[in-house]
Design a protein around this ligand. Structure first.
Ligand code: SF4
Ligand code: SF4
Ligand code: SF4
Length: 260
């Protein structure tokens, strides 16, 4: 890209890192062990490792195998969640209603029974890809598509001063898209910091560049799969503990409405 003047500095292993660079990738057990897992989290972590190491630039990646997000993809720089896309086979459906009940009680209530035709129906708008309907169906009338899909949550972090919860950047992205995006992370970090690495979390890094610039660099050369949705904009809510901003009385704020 013509807006990027330099490549990231090469890494000299003897010199160590100038900042706290890429952290270990963490993953829940995923479908290797958990019945809720939509994806193999270990395999994905192993594919990501050689992309983000070595690096001067900070990134913390958490991978969860399903939208339960036990591994807190919402609280790291780059969170990845395995999501399931389903195919319905109406000829196998015996109208038992199990999928409708599980979606109503444990998910997003997008399934309903159509007694006129004796089949299940789905409002595809709001399915979160948890995969519960697939697991409870006794006749495999719902099956998961072979392709693995992921949601990417950006910019979350814990911390003593200003924690924030990440927001959805991509939904229904394939593994190739995830790996392609991560290949651009160092390039984006180097651009924002003008090749002078600092310890800075992903959210503030994107704040500095602006989300539009982030999107331009991070998606450079990445071919999105047809199902993939990309956030048009991104707004984080940060909690500010240091100043007690949220809990101090209005009278202590610099301005709190017009003077009376
Ligand atoms: S996030 Fe999902 S797959 Fe991972 S441990 Fe929790 S329930 Fe299981
Ligand atoms: S995958 Fe979608 S349709 Fe199935 S239970 Fe979850 S939210 Fe409901
Ligand atoms: S659980 Fe399976 S068989 Fe029962 S209503 Fe749903 S799709 Fe049909």
């Amino acid at each position: 890209m013509d807006t990027i003047s330099h490549e990231p500095h090469p890494w000299d292993p003897k010199a160590g890192y100038p900042t706290i660079g890429a952290r270990n990738i963490t993953a829940c057990v995923g479908n290797y062990h958990c019945i809720c897992g939509n994806t193999n989290t270990f395999e994905l972590a192993r594919k990501i490792e050689p992309i983000i190491f070595p690096s001067h630039y900070h990134i913390k990646i958490n991978i969860s195998g399903c939208p339960n997000d036990c591994n807190k993809a919402h609280l790291c720089d780059f969170g990845i969640i395995g999501v399931a896309r389903m195919t319905y086979h109406p000829e196998r459906c015996i109208a038992c209603g199990a999928c409708v009940r599980v979606c109503q009680h444990g998910a997003t209530r997008v399934l309903s029974a159509n007694p006129a035709i004796g089949k299940a129906e789905k409002d595809p708008c709001c399915c979160v890809g948890c995969g519960e309907c697939v697991r409870v169906c006794p006749t495999s009338a719902w099956t998961c598509q072979e392709t693995k899909f992921y949601r990417v949550i950006l910019g979350g972090r814990t911390g003593r001063q200003t924690p924030r919860t990440g927001k959805m950047f991509l939904n229904w992205a394939t593994e190739d898209v995830i790996l392609g995006v991560l290949k651009n992370w160092q390039k984006f970090s180097a651009w924002v910091m003008d090749n002078k690495p600092e310890y800075l979390h992903g959210g503030p890094l994107i704040d500095r560049a602006g989300y539009k610039k982030f999107k331009e660099i991070i998606l450079d050369g990445v071919e999105l799969n047809p199902e993939c949705l990309v956030a048009e904009d991104m707004f984080w809510h940060e909690t500010e503990y240091r100043s007690n901003f949220n809990v101090k009385p209005l009278s202590m704020h610099h301005t709190a409405g017009p003077k009376v």
